[in-house]
Design a protein. Structure first.
Length: 410
């Protein structure tokens, strides 16, 4: 018997839609949400464009806006600050790789663990902001986060993370193009990140970080989950290169969330270090057998002002009533409040068009070509060879250090 996804391909998308609709008409499902999910799956299977443009019903929405997602880059702030403590180019490349691998669980599986399946985040409004920080604990320095939704069509989120005390900062942006293929949603992540370390010599070392591709499986069971695919890279300006290959679970074999990373010295294709394991639990240094990453312990949530203290453009203030409705299972309220926000934004765009004005970004400047991406990408023949970027203006509101932070660990 062919795997389900192969069967879909063999009979054709339109035929699959007809058959599934036929099944739906004959089966009396006792739980309405299951029917809604399958009906939506039919819609996905019949859709030929970018799935990002589909409107999600409230029951598969997360109560969290996409602008909060960059916080996953630093939910283990001690690893972010530790990059600056490495003494050599080689050690810094390994420290950056360790930090990066340790971010993947939060970015790609934590919502599945919390909510039982992957949920669609709230699509931020243009100009939406998110501020937060991780306090100075054990002399690691305070790390600040600034996020802005810099485009709505297509959705693009820009972010900047900085630990001034340690001299480590990260800037980047992300967007997605999604499509449907063989029973899965395929997500091509658009964008990149640049991590910069201020060295004691007064110079800087830069790292270009490319983003992995995603595949969302489990659609047919109403319990979607994310798997990483293909290869991503971390290229240092010192010449060290980390190549990370992602391997997921197949139809009949394999293990979910597996990766293998090789770290090569400048001008060499020979790996000096190899790391492998599961990016959502533990991995080891193959050469020594020692544990490399272990993300099974507590993580540290970003500290954020109470909603009532936030400005009108900050994420949790914008989506306050929508999030409340989703969390309480009151999808009628969530849908009504969400529509209200979306209609207000459409009117704002119409007013701007009528006035001949354009929305101005608050914290970032757009550039068509990122010079650091070009300079570092050429070292490993990055595809594409150039990418645009959003450069931070260094104008975020001051976040004062808090002697008794109210962070939450999970």
């Amino acid at each position: 018997m062919l795997p389900f996804a192969s069967w879909i391909s063999s009979i054709g998308r339109s035929s699959f839609t007809e058959r599934l609709l036929g099944v739906l008409s004959q089966v009396n499902l006792s739980i309405p949400i299951h029917l809604s999910w399958l009906q939506r799956t039919v819609r996905i299977a019949s859709f030929s464009g970018d799935l990002s443009s589909l409107t999600a019903p409230p029951f598969i929405l997360s109560p969290v806006s996409l602008t909060e997602f960059p916080a996953y880059w630093c939910e283990r702030p001690e690893l972010f600050s530790a990059i600056a403590d490495a003494k050599t180019d080689e050690d810094r490349s390994i420290a950056v790789l360790k930090w990066f691998i340790s971010t993947l669980k939060g970015q790609y599986t934590s919502r599945n663990e919390k909510m039982g399946s992957e949920k669609k985040p709230l699509n931020p409004i243009l100009g939406e902001l998110f501020y937060g920080y991780w306090p100075n604990i054990n002399n690691r320095g305070q790390t600040n986060l600034v996020v802005e939704q810099v485009s709505h069509h297509p959705p693009i989120t820009a972010y900047y993370i900085e630990n001034k005390d340690k001299g480590v900062h990260l800037r980047g942006h992300s967007a997605q193009k999604t499509s449907f293929s063989s029973g899965s949603i395929i997500v091509k992540q658009i964008g990149h990140a640049i991590l910069t370390v201020d060295l004691p010599s007064g110079k800087q070392e830069n790292f270009l970080i490319t983003l992995p591709k995603l595949r969302i499986d489990g659609l047919w069971y109403g319990s979607p989950y994310i798997e990483l695919t293909d290869t991503s890279f971390i290229q240092s300006s010192s010449g060290w290169l980390s190549s990370i290959e992602y391997k997921g679970k197949g139809y009949f074999s394999g293990e979910s969330h597996r990766y293998k990373a090789v770290v090569s010295p400048p001008r060499s294709n020979n790996a000096k270090h190899t790391f492998e394991g599961l990016w959502h639990t533990t991995s080891k240094h193959v050469n020594t057998g020692k544990v490399f990453t272990n993300v099974q312990g507590p993580k540290e949530e970003v500290t954020v002002l109470d909603v009532e203290e936030q400005g009108e453009w900050e994420s949790r203030k914008v989506w306050k009533f929508v999030s409340k409705g989703i969390r309480e299972g009151d999808f009628e309220v969530a849908s009504r409040e969400k529509s209200k926000i979306e209609n207000e934004q459409r009117q704002r765009r119409r007013d701007e068009a009528a006035a001949g004005t354009k929305w101005e970004l608050k914290h970032f400047d757009y550039v068509e070509s990122d010079p650091l991406y070009e300079d570092l990408g050429i070292l490993f023949k990055a595809v594409p060879p150039t990418e645009d970027a959003y450069l931070y203006k260094s104008n975020a509101p001051t976040i004062p250090p808090t002697p008794t932070p109210t962070t939450t660990a999970e």
